[in-house]
Design a binder for this molecule. Structure first.
Ligand code: PMP
Ligand code: GLN
Length: 381
């Protein structure tokens, strides 16, 4: 065999793959990997099936089906008050992760530094490294996972090419406030630092709070690639369809790569979404719907010895287990899967060096019966 010099020599298998495989092997209840175990939006499913039968089965333009880009632009204007151009600023991508990866590929040169706030969603650091960049890790404060602005400022130097942010946040469920966004804007003003904003959970915000998209802050948007995913909006993570919104010049460079990578995405779902996205109540009801699931899970976990943190958004809530065990979170997650049949995700997997505050992540984007069965087992610990 010819040896391959790995682009990711220090990276193992994604924790989501590991835990879901272990859950399957032990027939465990899977509240680890973030995917709904209930049906996606049925009307949208029917619409997509119809579009296949109606013959929408050939390539769409490289940047995406134009009526879908127009529907996205309308949604962005109505939610965030920003007039983005469907022709020049929106590119449909095969999922949110691809949008993030391509944004990194677009801007990074070997040796460029990117600031990553940890715990961080697991694709960011490998994406940076595979593109020749250098991740500079800045820890969020424990236990509220807020940004330590002094540490962030101290990490910036002449090699800093970008910062990646994620709100609502995976794995912690925190969201960035208006004050956070203003602070970020202040720190970045007069720099040439790009911002990559992962907003795949934009509609999953609870308790009457609002999502502070980068798209609401023109000065931030001018330095940004903002990444979204339809999988999280309509409970169809397997559709792997998303988009990247970025100012015209950045989008042009992004598309220079995209045209020779995916070129374009699956057509029938784009045609269906162009229509479905106009029904505002569908995406606006997602937050309250998922909040109910969060509250259901919290209620069922009330008598457990886990201390659950507060989750403002996303699919996730984190919990510490000092009262139950002093195992590492990785060992605890493996142990719970094998012994009581409940799969979770160790938050240490979201730190490059495996740093461990002994926290587990629970996904509540599941049927009530799944949540109560898992909680019943967890409460016995
Ligand atoms: N970012 C975060 C924070 C996520 O949790 C996910 C979940 N899958 C993604 C990006 C990727 O989205 P997609 O599945 O559309 O690639
Ligand atoms: N985003 C999902 C999670 O955090 C998983 C996506 C994946 O498996 N790559 O669980």
């Amino acid at each position: 065999m010819i040896p391959i010099q790995s682009k990711l020599p220090h990276t193992g298998t994604s924790i989501f793959t590991v835990m879901s495989a272990l859950a399957a092997e032990h027939h465990a209840i899977n509240i680890g990997q973030g995917f709904p175990d209930f049906e996606m939006d049925e009307e949208l499913a029917a619409l997509a099936a119809q579009k296949i039968l109606q013959g929408y089965n050939q390539y769409v333009p490289m940047a995406g089906y134009m009526p879908l880009r127009e529907s996205i632009a309308e949604k962005i204007f109505s939610l965030y008050g920003n007039h983005v151009s469907p022709a020049d600023e929106i590119t449909i991508t095969p999922g949110g992760s691809y949008a993030i990866y391509t944004a990194f590929t677009t801007i990074l040169q070997p040796g460029d530094e990117v600031i990553v706030l940890e715990p961080a969603y697991d694709c960011y650091i490998p994406n940076i490294v595979a593109n020749g960049g250098v991740p500079v890790r800045v820890p969020l404060k424990f236990p509220d996972y807020s940004i330590d602005w002094e540490k962030l400022k101290a990490a910036i130097n002449s090699k800093t090419k970008a910062i990646i942010i994620n709100s609502p946040h995976n794995p912690t469920g925190t969201i960035l406030s208006d004050d956070d966004m203003q602070e970020l804007q202040k720190i970045l003003s007069n720099t040439n630092i790009f911002l990559i904003s992962d907003e795949v959970y934009e509609h999953l915000v609870f308790d009457g709070k609002q999502h502070n998209s980068v798209l609401k802050y023109p000065e931030l948007y001018n330095r940004s690639f903002v990444c979204f995913s339809f999988g999280k909006v309509y409970n169809c993570t397997g559709w792997k369809l998303g988009y990247c919104v970025a100012p015209k010049a950045y989008t042009a460079e992004f598309r220079r790569l995209h045209q020779f990578d995916a070129f374009c995405c699956f057509t029938p779902t784009q045609v269906a979404l162009a229509e479905h996205l106009k029904k505002k109540e569908r995406y606006l009801s997602l937050g309250p719907f998922m909040q109910q699931k969060r509250d259901f899970f919290l209620e069922k976990m009330k008598s457990s010895r886990f201390q659950l943190h507060y989750s403002s958004g996303s699919y996730f809530v984190c919990g510490t287990y000092n009262n139950i065990s002093d195992m590492s979170s990785m060992d605890m997650a493996l142990h719970l899967t094998k012994t009581i049949g409940v799969a979770t995700i160790p938050v240490s997997a979201f730190y490059q060096d495996g740093y461990d505050d002994k926290v587990l992540r629970f996904c509540f984007a599941k049927k009530e019966e799944t949540l109560s069965a898992a909680a019943e087992r967890l409460c016995k610990l």
